[in-house]
Every structure is written in C-alpha cells, then in structure tokens.
Ligand binder design. Structure first.
Ligand code: PBG
Length: 327
C-alpha cells in the first residue's frame, strides 16, 4: 500500500489525533535534579559554567528541596563540593563529611517525599582530583574499591535511598553491594554509572565541584567514545555484580548507546543529561538563538525515545515549573 491510498499526513492534521498516538512523554516523576552541596550557612553561589545552578549550604539545600517537592520533582542526586581533600578521598567516609550531613537533614525534613540518590566517587575529595587512590601515577583499582565501599556505607548510614557509583573501577558494584549487605543495608539499591565515557561534556561539572584532575585525564578508567561495543561488557559486568538499574552518560551524544542497551537488556536505564549538555542549551538560549523550553523538551523526548526510563537533568526544576504552568 502506498500513496495516494496511504497518506501519512492524515494522522497529523488534527492536534487531537496527533496526541492520541504520541507514545513518548515527559513526566515530572521521570526527572532527577542534581544538587551541589557546600559547607557553611546561607550559601547560594551560582556556578559560572552552569548558569541557574548553585552550590548550596545545607540550609539552602533544604529550601531548594522544598521547592522541588512543591513543583512535583521527587528525586534528587547529591554531589559534595569539599574544600577538605586528601590523598585517597577517605575524608568522604566520615559521617561529618558534607554529603552524609546533608542527607541526614534532608531525610529528617522530607522523609519519603524525596528520593535521595548519592553519587559515590572520590574525585571531589582527593587533592589530585582523580577518582581514586594513586599508585605509580595511575588510579589503583582495588585500593580504590575500599574507599568507595566505605563512602557508600557512610552514605547509606546517613539515610541515602540509592547509591550511584560514578568512578568506573572494575568490581565497585560488587564491593559496594557486599559492604551494604553485610551491614544490614540489603534493601538499598545500587545504580552504577555503568556506561560512562571520558567526555569533554563534564567540563562545567568539574568547575562546579572543583574535581578536575590536576594532572592527566580519566582515560585509564572512563570509556573511550571511539569504541562502539565496549558498553555491552560494562553493562554485563555491573548486572552480574548486582546493579539494580544503570546510568548512562553523557546522554545526547550517546543516544545510540542508550537505545542499544535498552534493546538488549531488561534493566531500568537512567540517562544523565550532563553539565556540558545543559550549558550548551543555556548559553545558546541566553543569546536568544533558540527557544529554550522547546529545545529542552525535544532533547528530553530524544532520551526517552532512545529507551531511557528516567533522566538526571539540571533542567528538572525548570521543566516541572513549565509543565505546571501549562496545566
Ligand atoms: C564524578 C562525576 C562526574 C560527573 C558526575 N559524577 C565528573 C567526572 O567524572 O569527571 C559529571 C556530571 C556532569 O557533567 O553533569 N566522577
């Protein structure tokens, strides 16, 4: 059957017909808002490279969480900005570290109204900016697992609902899972960044948390974007080790990866719409070159269409406000 009997535009003339058959949509419950935490009181410092995003002290983070909940965003992912740093990042394993302190306050205030995910990584806490313990000029995989699993346990004890290791060490899911299970936290899920590329799209984030490597790059642990199949092994490894859902990042330049993982594995997928993707849209919108909310929604739909079940995005709050104002 072909033209003129078939006219594909017949399904497009009427808005209600179009809407009947649209099968991709963005709900507030799909979105996870990143929150950057700093020590101190009454701090709300805009991050230059991430316009509209702030480093927040715990008191202001609580206000932001309340605003998020009021707009219908019920999930956040926390990142610590730490001025205290050491060789291995083990200061992150103390319950007095910024993220566990914030989690306690947030959970005390909002309970189950807010899903609190915590990024697990050492790069905000090491004086060299790498994601783990350096031995002979490289990040030592197995030594790093010790700080990561301790950090994860500290975050779980503080009340984190989900742990999201972003370090890309081999075996981290298993060692975090073992640590949690042997400490009575067998119900806490682990959502690793299973597929994480060594990407220039993280630039603004590294400014935000001061976590850029002082020397070298992350190519000995994050994946090369010149490999087109390696991600299958990363996903398989994390599933075998007990991942409950997986995170893929960046998102927009990697929609092929999201789509293939979604077609090949029965596991929930979270796309991380990273800092560089956010700031490209922001800067262009600030110059008046694009319609910001239209572009945001189009890119959100592209991630859902590719197979993402949920999205971590700095736009979460803005999207929610927009959806609410259009009701
Ligand atoms: C920590 C971490 C990074 C991001 C999330 N967790 C940065 C990195 O690996 O350098 C990037 C997030 C973003 O760009 O929005 N390892």
């Amino acid at each position: 059957m072909n033209y003129p009997r078939t006219r594909l535009r017949r399904l497009r003339y009427n808005k209600n017909v179009r809407e009947l058959f649209e099968d991709v949509s963005i709900a507030k419950s799909d979105l996870i808002q990143p929150v950057f935490l700093v020590e101190g009181k009454n701090i709300k410092k805009e991050i230059k490279s991430l316009s509209g995003q702030y480093q927040l002290s715990i008191d202001n983070a609580l206000i932001f969480c309340k605003n998020l909940i009021n707009e219908g965003i019920n999930s956040i992912i926390l990142f610590g900005v730490s001025s205290k740093k050491d060789d291995t990042g083990k200061i992150s394993c103390s319950s007095k570290s910024i993220v566990p302190k914030a989690i306690k306050e947030i959970k005390k205030t909002f309970g189950d109204k807010l899903l609190v995910m915590a990024d697990v990584c050492n790069c905000s806490y090491t004086n060299h900016g790498h994601c783990g313990t350096i031995v002979d000029n490289d990040v030592h995989n197995d030594l790093t697992l010790e700080t990561l699993s301790m950090q994860a346990l500290t975050l779980a004890k503080a009340g984190a609902d989900v742990l999201a290791p972003s370090d890309m060490m081999d075996g981290r899911v298993q060692s975090i899972r073992n640590k949690l299970d042997s400490s009575g936290f067998e119900k806490i899920p682990v959502f690793p960044y299973s597929v994480k590329y060594a990407s220039a799209f993280y630039g603004p984030f590294r400014d935000a948390v001061g976590s850029g490597p002082k020397k070298g790059d992350r190519k000995s642990y994050q994946m090369s974007f010149k490999n087109s199949k390696e991600y299958f092994r990363e996903v398989e490894q994390d599933l075998t080790e007990g991942a409950d859902a997986i995170i893929i990042k960046p998102a927009l330049a990697y929609l092929d990866v999201i789509s293939k993982v979604s077609n090949n594995y029965n596991i929930p997928i979270i796309a991380y719409n990273v800092s560089g993707e956010y700031s490209m849209i922001k800067s262009s919108a600030e110059k008046g070159h694009i319609n910001e909310m239209d572009i945001i929604m189009e890119t959100m739909c592209s991630m859902k269409r590719a197979g993402a079940n949920a999205i971590i995005t700095y736009f979460a709050f803005e999207i929610a406000k927009n959806l609410n104002s259009n009701v």
